[in-house]
Structure formats: C-alpha cells, structure tokens
Write a protein that binds this ligand. Structure first.
Ligand code: DSN
Length: 452
C-alpha cells in the first residue's frame, strides 16, 4: 500500500508540475504556429472560469428549428436553457443564418453529426470529398470517421495541385457520375476558397447536400475575409470553435432553413447530435462561445484581415529567401495558413522537430502531391498565423519571425541558440488584441455602443 501511494504521490506531483510547466512553455515561451489552434481573450477566459458549476451539469434533449432548446430530460435547467439559447442566437447573428447547433464538443463531432444526419436524410451513403493529401480533414476520409465509423463510401473530388483548390469542371463530372448524397468542401490544409458557388447547381442535379467544413476558416468567414459558404450555396457549415474562431474548444453547425429539404435535413442532423452522438454536451464552454462570437462581431473584420495579411507577408518573405512556399502565383494564400515544401531541408518531420527545439511550434503536413499514406514524413509543413496575429504581430514582426525560422530550416544556426531569441521576441507581445480584457469591459463597450 505504501509503495502504491508513493507512486500515486509521484504521479500527482508530476501531473501538477507538468500542467504548470505547460502553461509557461506554450503560452509564454513558444511562438505558436499550429494552424488548427486558437487563442482566447482574457474576457473569454474569465467566462470559462466563471462556469465551474456548469462544467458539472447535463442537458440532454431535443432542439427546435431555430436551434433553441425544445425539450430537456433533466430538472434544474432554467439557466442552462437561457445560456444555450443566448449562445445560439449570438452565433446565428454573427453568421447570418436561421439555425445552429452549439452542442457539438468538437469539429469532428460536428462532421460526425452532419454526415450521419445527411446520409439518413438522403438514404445515400456516397460522399464526394477532397483527398486527404489535398487538405481534407481525417474525419472526411475512408480511414477516419466517415469511412470507419459511418461506413460512407468516399469518392474523391478532382484537385488542381497548381491552383491548390478543387478542379471545378472535373469534380462536376465526378459528382454527376457518382450521384452522392453529400458533397463536402473545406478542410484542414485550406489556402484558397473551394468552388461552392460553381458546384451548387451540380449538387442540385443529383440531389446532394453540400457540407462545408469551416473548422479552420470560421473566424475568417465571420470577419468577411474568406468565402461565405452559406451565401454561396452550402447547406451546412461545420466547424470547431477554437482555431481562427478564438473561442473555447468545441464545435458548431450552421444552416439556413431556406427550403423544406434543408429543414428536413436539419431534423436528421439534430437527431444525429442527440440521441445518436451526445449525452454530455460540455455546457461550460457555451457562455465563452457567446463572448468569443461577440468579439468577432466587433473586431472580427480587422482580425481576419490582419491574419490573412500576415500569412501572405510570411509567404512572400520565405519565398524570396529561397523556400518553396506553395501557391506563389496566387499570392501564397487567402487564409491564415501557408503550405511549404521542405523536402530540400530534410522533409516535414525533421523541419517541424528542429523548429520545435527553437520553440517555434508548427506541424508537418502532407502536400497534394504526397502519397496520402505517408503521414510519418510528408514533404511539407503547415504554418498558421492566427495566434501570432492576435498577440499583435504586424508585418515587420512576421518578417523577423521568418528570419528566425529560416535560420533553423536552413541549418545556419543551431535551434538551441535560436530558442533564446524566440523567447526574448515572444516576451514583447503580452497582450491579446482584437478582444476584451474582462467581462466588465465587454458590458461597458456594448452599453457605450447602444448609448446606455
Ligand atoms: N487535426 C486538426 C488540424 O490540425 O487541422 C484539425 O482537427
């Protein structure tokens, strides 16, 4: 027993120390360039800290066609219902849509419920998707939940490697031949808009729903800096709420109930949310989701514009310094991300690991011409600029950051030496921009706007 408790004590100390050390490491000493992560404002964090009881509660049940609570199967819901309805209404207002579901605990969960709901609505198991190496999320893929969990049959969009987007004409032919129930757009390596508008009528010809995975670009859409999928013809938008949308970790689905067929599909998707795939919907994130959405309503345009600008400046600078950044003839990117071919420097794995040693954190990534099963050492790295932008990086800071990266990528300096410069540089950015410092500041700001 004593020996066992010794071990438990050690584990507990390690747990506490590692948690403290992590906060110092990633939040204070690293420059974070993982394109799928986001950074919360002090007001969003304050809201999260306020919600410790909510973090213990349940709210199982059904929602209505406005995304509001319809029925709950537990007592004690009078404030929980208000919270969920408010969060849904702020999201609907931000994305100008008539329906949302905010109960998803992640973007993958949003895809699960949407793909399942739409395959039930259409009684069709075929789904046209972007190939994994061309940017699809693993949940769209035969090797992920779409294939292995939902048993969908995947047919690949045609992808134009030079243009770094879906080939419209060839994909139209593929869709006409396959007659899928679902056509997906969007994904995780996502530099340029996908042809939603262009393929809407082809989806109509075959009776398919369009699902657009906006996990990466949700904040850019909110800020009007990327394509607007709902206005271009997407039936459903799925997303996580913690990437360019700088909220708590979670997921969301959006739709406009513009026809009886979308209304019918919403009901199936809601059924796939509950009872098919949730019991606990992680309620404590909902108030913080509302605050993050409000911040984007107020500051999202400026934030999105600077994020994309920073990514483009980095693309140009790295390219001018001899690094193979993809999409050069199109200005490198229209999103928060860059894709860089680093085979010349040892491949994605080596470069990502070297940069990690210098406290610059990003991920290796498959590029469209890679074998999609070679996830171990793909050709590329993916760089995301949403975190540094919110910390206040402007064009000059981005170029300095690129200089630090170039030293490591090209091996002209040891990563350990560059690390000291990274830590010192990171220390100059201690505020979160484009958001609020406290809930008090949120309320004051809003009252000022409405003149109270
Ligand atoms: N796997 C994540 C990404 O990095 O894109 C999204 O879930």
């Amino acid at each position: 027993m004593l020996g066992e408790m010794d071990e438990i004590l050690n584990l507990t100390l390690e747990l506490i120390e590692a948690s403290q050390a992590h906060e110092q490491y990633r939040d204070i000493e690293c420059i974070n360039l993982i394109a799928s992560e986001g950074i919360k404002s002090p007001a969003v964090k304050e809201m999260l800290r306020l919600c410790m009881d909510l973090e213990s509660r349940y709210a199982e049940g059904e929602n209505d066609l406005e995304g509001h609570v319809k029925v709950r199967y537990y007592q004690g819901q009078k404030y929980i219902t208000k919270i969920e309805n408010c969060a849904a209404d702020i999201i609907k207002n931000l994305f100008k849509c008539s329906w949302t579901d905010v109960r998803l605990v992640s973007g993958t969960h949003a895809n699960l419920a949407t793909f399942k709901g739409l395959s039930l609505a259409t009684k069709n198991k075929k789904m046209v998707v972007t190939p994994l190496s061309c940017g699809a999320h693993i949940s769209h893929d035969y090797a992920g939940l779409a294939g292995r969990v939902l048993g969908l049959e995947m047919i690949d969009h045609a992808y134009d490697v030079r243009e770094m987007t879906i080939d419209t004409d060839k994909s139209a032919q593929i869709i006409r031949a396959a007659k899928p129930g679902i056509i997906t757009f969007g994904g995780s390596l996502f530099l340029f808009p996908h042809p939603v508008k262009e393929l809407r009528s082809v989806a109509d010809e075959v009776g398919a729903y369009i699902a657009y995975d906006a996990a990466h670009v949700l904040g850019l859409i909110a800020g009007g800096a990327f394509q607007d999928p709902l206005r271009e013809g997407a039936d459903f938008v799925t997303a996580s709420t913690h990437k360019t949308f700088p909220g708590p970790q979670g997921g969301v689905i959006l739709a406009d109930a513009k026809s009886s067929s979308v209304e019918d599909a919403i009901k199936w998707v809601q059924h796939a949310v509950f009872p098919l795939s949730t019991s606990n919907t992680h309620l404590a994130r909902l108030p913080a989701l509302g605050v993050a959405a409000l911040e984007l309503k107020l500051f999202g345009a400026e934030l999105a514009k600077q994020t994309v600008r920073n990514a483009q400046v980095a693309g140009q600078y790295l390219y001018e310094h001899g690094v193979k950044v993809l999409g050069e003839h199109k200005g490198f990117t229209m999103s928060h991300q860059l894709a860089v071919d680093v085979r010349e420097y040892g491949g994605g794995k080596k470069v990502a690991q070297d940069l990690e040693e210098a406290n610059i954190i990003l991920n290796r990534n498959l590029l469209p011409y890679d074998d999609q099963n070679n996830r171990e050492n793909p050709s590329g790295i993916r760089i995301g600029f949403q975190d540094v932008t919110r910390r206040g990086f402007k064009e000059g800071d981005i170029k300095y950051l690129c200089d630090l990266m170039l030293k490591v990528i090209k091996g002209t300096r040891k990563p350990q030496e560059v690390k000291e410069e990274v830590i010192a540089f990171r220390k100059q950015f201690n505020k979160i921009e484009y958001g609020f410092n406290s809930l008090e500041e949120v309320v004051k700001h809003l009252k000022n706007i409405v003149g109270k």
